[in-house]
Design a protein around this ligand. Structure first.
Ligand code: GRF
Length: 216
C-alpha cells in the first residue's frame, strides 16, 4: 500500500545543515516532501541548499511589520499557502508569538542543541562546558508557547571530552542533530507520535520521558 508523503514546510535563518539532512533523508526513503523553505533572512545559506534541490523558497523580512504578531500572521498565511502537514523549525532565529504556536499546535517541531530542559536559549555548547557537564546533546521537541519548552520526543547524547572547545562540541552535537531530526519526522509521518489533548503520545501511549539515542 503506498501512502502519500507528509508535506513539510521548513523555516530557517542560517546554514541549513539540518534542512540538508532532511533533504537527504527524503532521497533515502523518508516519506516526506518539502513543499517550501521559508527564511526571515535572504542571505541564509539554507535557501541555496533548497534551491539546489529544486525546493521552492520564500523570504519574509520582519522589518516591514510593526510587531511580532503582524509578522507571524503574515508568516502563517505564507506557510498555509503550501498546506503542510508539519512545520519544521531548523535554526529559525525568531521568537514565535503564542498566535503562531497555537495555530500549529501538535504539528510544529524544533531541534535544540542541548539535552532539554537543560540549557534553553542560546550559547548552549559554551554553557554546557562552563557547567562542567559530562554529557551534552540535542533534543527534538514539539513547540509550545514556552521558549524551548514543549514535549521532547528524541534526544541524542554526546560525551563531553576533556579538551573540548565550543566548536568541537558543537560539531559533534550537530552531527547527531542530522540523525535525530529526520528520525522524528519519520515517526510523525508513520503516525507513531502525536500530541493528543496536550499530551505527547508514542504508539498510542503517553511518552513522558524522551527516547534517547546513543546513551552513554
Ligand atoms: C542547530 O544547532 C539547531 O540545533 C539550532 O539551530 C542550528 C541550526 O543549524 N536550532 P543549521 O542551520 O541546521 O546548520
Amino acid at each position: 500500500m503506498s501512502k502519500e508523503a507528509l508535506s513539510l514546510v521548513v523555516l530557517l535563518s542560517g546554514s541549513g545543515s539540518n534542512l540538508q539532512a532532511i533533504i537527504d533523508a527524503t532521497a533515502d526513503g523518508l516519506p516526506a516532501k518539502i513543499a517550501a523553505v521559508i527564511s526571515n533572512r535572504d542571505d541564509a545559506y539554507g535557501l541555496e541548499r533548497a534551491a539546489k534541490s529544486g525546493i521552492e523558497t520564500r523570504v519574509l523580512h520582519h522589518k516591514p511589520y510593526p510587531n511580532r504578531e503582524t509578522y507571524d500572521q503574515a508568516l502563517i498565511e505564507l506557510i498555509d499557502g503550501f498546506q503542510p502537514d508539519l512545520i519544521i523549525l531548523a535554526g529559525f532565529m525568531r521568537i514565535l508569538s503564542p498566535l503562531f504556536v497555537q495555530h500549529y499546535q501538535g504539528r510544529l517541531l524544533n531541534i535544540h542543541p542541548s539535552l532539554l530542559p537543560k540549557h534553553k536559549g542560546l550559547h548552549t555548547h559554551q554553557r554546557a562546558l562552563e557547567a562542567g557537564d559530562t554529557v551534552h546533546g540535542a533534543s527534538v521537541h514539539f513547540v509550545t508557547e514556552e521558549l524551548d519548552g514543549g514535549s521532547v520526543v528524541l534526544q541524542a547524547q554526546v560525551a563531553v571530552e576533556a579538551n573540548d572547545t565550543e566548536e568541537r562540541l558543537a560539531a559533534r552535537v550537530l552531527k547527531q542533530e542530522h540523525i535525530i531530526y529526520p528520525q522524528v519526522i519519520g515517526w510523525f509521518a508513520d503516525g507513531r507520535i502525536a500530541i493528543i489533548n496536550h499530551q505527547l503520545e508514542m504508539d498510542g501511549k503517553p511518552l513522558n520521558t524522551p527516547v534517547i539515542v546513543h546513551p552513554l
